[in-house]
Design a protein around this ligand. Structure first.
Ligand code: KDG
Length: 334
């Protein structure tokens, strides 16, 4: 009996292998949206991922990018995935906390000290722990890419210490942790989708916003912002999300190709993001922005000021998720 089973298994394996790779792939154009401009490093990552899927599928599987929120903001596009009307979105985790509250852990102020820590947590057990929660809400996370460390810009004054925050109307992502972080520092925090930010800054409906240098540069916020304070107050990941409903209709070969190519895209996107980070800062200075660092002493005072945000949001994020994040960071820091 055992002999016959192994013969059967070998037969199935041979049959699968006998199917030419191109036959395991259907002709597909996968619609992928993002809220930033194509010039952002996300564009480099998507180009690499598209090249990879075309190679693996014999040209049958293509990725078509839609930029600048053309298919809706992060939350709206993600809801399209959940309803099965769009295949992919690359989105910040922050606007999705209404779908999965655990994602709020990434918004806790001053959580990561550097990119090395962020990569280790996101690409390790903790990142998988969060990704494993997503199929239940209709999403599949193929990889974490880099949005990056966030810095404050505004049109009114330099911000060198926490006492400089009161009086500033600052746009934040639609997320209660960010809202509380900036309220706790004394700013008037205004939640708003990314697509509305430039016009709101231009019309002075808001004084400031906060994003990584690369986003400030590629979204041309320097045209409507005078002051840039290097606060590095949070590190935001991107998630490369696929609609679970549409994912389940893919062949194992198509799923494997997309999974592998999202990782290939991640390597490229993070590389370009970190390469551009310094160049974007230089570009922002050249475009006339007045840039100030925050001294270590003043950064510590900001950290101390926002500690209550951790206590306040542990319950909504989930104690297990916060404990697992803290354990992951302690393991990395030794
Ligand atoms: O899709 C990415 C953007 O829409 C957005 O997430 C960028 O960090 C961002 C923000 O401030 O909304």
């Amino acid at each position: 009996m055992k002999f016959r089973t192994s013969i059967l298994a070998a037969g199935v394996a041979a049959a699968v292998l006998a199917v030419p790779a191109s036959a395991q792939f259907a002709e597909r154009t996968i619609r992928l949206s993002n809220g930033v401009a194509q010039e952002h490093p996300v564009g480099n990552g998507v180009a690499k991922m598209d090249q990879c899927t075309r190679e693996k599928s014999g040209g049958k599987m293509k990725i078509q990018g839609f930029w600048g929120g053309a298919l809706g903001g992060d939350l709206q596009a993600t809801q399209s995935l959940r309803s099965g009307t769009q295949e992919m979105v690359i989105t910040s985790t922050s606007p999705l906390i209404g779908i999965l509250p655990d994602l709020g852990v990434f918004d806790l102020p001053f959580l990561f000290a550097n990119e090395k820590e962020a990569d280790a947590v996101l690409d390790g057990e903790f990142g998988k722990y969060i990704s494993d929660k997503l199929p239940a809400v209709g999403l599949v996370n193929l990889a974490y890419w880099e949005n990056g460390f966030r810095n404050l810009t505004n049109s009114k004054k330099p911000v060198a210490k926490v006492e400089d925050m009161p009086g500033l109307k600052v746009r934040v992502m639609q997320n209660n942790v960010f809202l509380d972080t900036f309220k706790t520092m004394g700013a008037n925090a205004v939640p708003m989708s990314f697509g509305e930010v430039f016009t709101a800054l231009e019309t002075k409906a808001i004084d400031g916003q906060e994003n990584p240098f690369v986003t400030i540069d590629t979204s041309k916020f320097y045209e409507v912002q005078k002051f840039l304070s290097v606060t590095r107050h949070a590190y935001t990941p991107f998630m490369v999300l696929y609609s679970k409903a549409l994912w389940d209709k893919l062949s194992p070969a198509e799923q494997q190709a997309l999974q592998e190519c999202a990782i290939v895209g991640r390597t490229e996107q993070r590389r370009v993001s970190r390469e551009l980070n310094d160049r974007s800062l230089a570009q922002l200075k050249a475009k006339g922005m007045q840039v100030n660092e925050i001294s270590a002493a003043e950064q510590k005072r900001m950290r101390d000021a926002v500690k209550p945000v951790y206590e306040k949001h542990q319950a909504t994020i989930g104690k297990e998720t916060v404990d697992r994040m803290n354990a992951a960071l302690q393991k990395i820091r030794g």
